[in-house]
Every structure is written in C-alpha cells, then in structure tokens.
Design a protein around this ligand. Structure first.
Ligand SMILES: [Zn+2]
Length: 444
C-alpha cells in the first residue's frame, strides 16, 4: 500500500483515496510570464512520477493543474514591454507546454485558467464577506485569518515568526499582519474585472481554492506543490475553504527545491536557470533521471557534472534497450525486481532505490542475457517516465574521430594515450572494441 508524507500531519501516512480506485490531484501550475526554470522542471517531474505510479498501481487518476494568467508580474512585464498582457500569457503558456512535452510530462486532465474563473472567485469572496470573515480596506478585500480554525497547519514554526509581522508589509488597515488579499482593487491602467466590492483582480491564493474545489470537489485527495508554497500560498488556499466551512485537500504533497552548483536557486542570486536552455544542452531525459535519483522531498543540485553523469547513465539505458528491444514481448517481468521497485515506491516514492533497482535489472539482463530482468527494466523505466530508445543510433563524428586518434596512438605504440582515449569513450557510454579494422565504437 502506498504511503506518502503529508505536510499537514507531518508524517508518512497510508494513502487512501476518498473514492476507492480513484485519485484526484491538484497541483499549483505556472504563472505564465517567462520561460520555465529548473524548479518548474523538478516540480513537473515530481507530479508526473506520482501520477504514473498511481496509474500503474491501478488507480484512475484525475490531475488538475492551473495556469495563473493574471498576476502582478505579468502586468509589470506587459507594462515594461508595452504589449497586451494576453500576448505574454498566451506565448508563455505555449512555451511551457512545449518544454514539458520535451521532458516527457503527461499533460494535465484539466488546465483551468485564472481568468476563466473570475466570476466564481468573486462569488467566493462575496460569500466570505457575507459571513464576516473577509473585510474591505481602501485597496482590496482581505481574509481575517484569526477566524480560521487551525490556521498555521502547513506553516508549522514559520507562523510565530510571522505573527510579529516582521516579514509582512505594513498595512494599517489590516486587522492582523497575517490577513491576506482576496481581491486587489485596480490602479489606473491595470487590467480589471467588475465586482461588487470594486473593479479589480483576484489574489493568487483565491484562484487555486476555487478551481480545485470546482473541478475535483470537496475533500479531494492530494494537493501538490513545492515546499516554498506551503506558506503562505497553500495555508491561505486552505484558509478560504475552511472559512467557508468546506473540506479541502486530504493530503499535502510537497517537493524540495533545486540548487544550482550548490546555491539555492533564487532570483536575487541571478542564477535562475532556464529549463529550455538546459534541455538544449543536455538530453531532457538526463534531467528527469537526475531528479529521480534524489528523493522528491530532498533538495537536488544541478551542475554540469551531475548532468553529464546522468547523460552517461541514459546512454547505458539506451544501449540496453537496443540490445533487448523486441525480445521481451510476452516475457514476464522478473517478479523480485518488480517487488523491490514497488516496495521502494510505496514507501513515500523512494525513487533513489527505484532507480537503483532499474539499473540492477539492466546490469543483470546485460550480463546473463536475462530476458525476465530485461522485461522488468523496461517496465520500471516506463513507470518512471524514462523513455528508452532502442533504435540503432549513429555514432557522432567527434566520437569516430577519437577512435581514429586511438588507432594512431596504438600505431605509435603510445599505449598510455590509447588507454586514456578508450577510458574516455567508455566513460561516455560507448563500447570500445579492438578489431582487425582498428578501434570500433558502438553505443553501450
Ligand atoms: Zn496554488
């Protein structure tokens, strides 16, 4: 039985969907004002893994992920570039999905847009005002969090720090520094929608609560996001549902962050890396493997070294696939490998063990020409979303050139240089063989 860490309970708990056999998941999607970065790549791989594993385990999964297409950052970029904001959001959304396709991410079953839900958000805010848990100020409508039972469930210790108000902008009209905007009144020139409390736009926290409850219903199974969204975003989504007397997510799934060369990814450091650039430089599957080699709640470090290493591992998988493609049809997967994989994944998606199980099966298949191990490897790779390429790949010119260099070194009896080139090619995933025609290289 699958066990997952639930942030609200602070423990790994058995996962039981509210409707047997079906799982409903909501994941916070992108704000479309720029290209996806590595953190997005990681969050998408984490959700994709969860979906694929649940589906493989026999559940019917409904996955909803929104597009935030109205936001201060979008408005700011539109103003700076003197373009309609819709140009930016449409273009960025296309780029987003093209990028995620390259990464092998299954498309969501539903992709609600914030701008498509404004009426429903206005209605929710009005109901909260009517219940007297929300109040108007001169710049918008705020939720009074002191009236929300269990406020701080996801924030844990962070909340005490915040109660002092140190990290919250001063706004004398707010009853508490923790109260947050449900509706922001429009300033001149800003996009706005009509509302009984004044023309304006919804706050970010309001869209997710409305869209998740509308598409998945009360008490949906899993709410997913990065651990940077626990507070305030997820806390505040939940607060609105609770304030309205509704049941919200049953389990909170939070993944860890991405570090680049050992530094936490942040805009202030100027090291926000573009996922599309990374996928131009490296096989996108290598990024997926790098993510899967770490547990989803741990931070991961992306560097050229770690990407090259992951690429070499992908080359080994492709070499295996070329050898066994078409030979495992109808072969039962080795039950011990499948069982080890399932046990690891059921334990809060322990992908480091799952990936090790995959490579063990590949090694065993290669060593003993073991078709059952090969069938297990193909199956596990599929659940992990790692596409294996079994077609014969051509050898790049630069690799062939190194093979010729090795022949020259051997002709000159420079054995050290010849060995060094062989090691270099082997490390890059090539199988190097000496034949009557000289050095031959084929994918490993
Ligand atoms: Zn959200």
């Amino acid at each position: 039985m699958l066990h997952l860490f639930d942030t609200a309970r602070g423990a790994v708990v058995p996962f039981e969907p509210s409707t047997p056999g079906k799982v409903s998941i909501y994941a916070c999607g992108p704000t479309v004002y720029g290209p996806p970065h590595l953190g997005h790549g990681r969050n998408q791989v984490s959700y994709d893994l969860l979906r694929r594993y649940l589906a493989w385990s026999g559940f019917e999964v409904t996955f909803v992920s929104n597009i935030t297409d109205i936001d201060d950052k979008i408005i700011e970029r539109a103003r700076n570039e003197e373009r309609p904001w819709q140009d930016i959001t449409r273009r960025c959304e296309d780029v987003w999905f093209q990028g995620m396709d390259r990464l092998g991410i299954l498309r969501p079953d539903h992709t609600p847009h914030a701008t498509g839900y404004v009426d429903e958000m206005v209605a929710l805010i009005q109901r909260l005002v009517d219940r007297d848990v929300a109040y108007a100020t001169s710049d918008g409508v705020y939720l009074d969090v002191s009236q929300v039972e269990g406020y701080g469930l996801l924030a844990h210790g962070e909340l005490d720090q915040l109660r002092s108000g140190a990290r919250i902008e001063a706004n004398e009209e707010k009853r508490s520094p923790l109260d947050f905007a449900l509706w922001k009144l429009a300033k001149p020139g800003e996009p706005s929608w009509p509302a009984p409390f004044g023309d304006g736009r919804p706050g970010w926290h309001t869209e997710c609560v409305v869209m998740s409850l509308d598409l998945l219903g009360e008490g949906f199974d899993i709410h997913a996001g990065g651990n940077d969204l626990q507070f305030p975003h997820h806390e505040n989504e939940r607060a609105q549902a609770v304030a309205e007397g509704k049941r919200f997510a049953n389990l909170w799934f939070h993944h860890g962050m991405v570090e680049i060369d050992g530094e936490k990814m942040s805009k202030s450091l100027g090291n926000v890396s573009n996922l599309l650039d990374l996928m131009d430089a490296y096989d996108p599957r290598a990024f997926r493997l790098l993510v899967l080699r770490a547990h989803y709640r741990s931070p991961i470090d992306v560097s050229d070294d770690s990407m090259r290493d992951a690429e070499a591992a992908i080359a080994r998988l492709d070499g295996f696939a070329r050898r066994f493609a078409g030979r495992v049809d109808g072969v039962d997967a080795d039950p011990a490998s499948i069982e080890r994989f399932r046990t690891a994944m059921d334990d809060d998606l322990k992908t480091p063990t799952a990936v090790a199980t995959l490579f063990d099966a590949v090694n065993r298949a290669n060593k003993d020409d073991d078709l059952e191990a090969a069938a297990a490897a193909f199956e596990i790779a599929g659940v992990l979303g790692l596409e294996l390429r079994g077609e014969a790949a051509s050898v790049p010119d630069e690799v062939l050139a190194r093979a010729r260099d090795r022949d020259e070194a051997r002709a000159a009896k420079d054995w050290a240089a010849a060995d060094q080139i062989r090691d270099e090619l082997t490390a890059a995933g090539w199988v190097v063989e000496d034949t009557a025609d000289g050095t031959t290289v084929r994918p490993g």
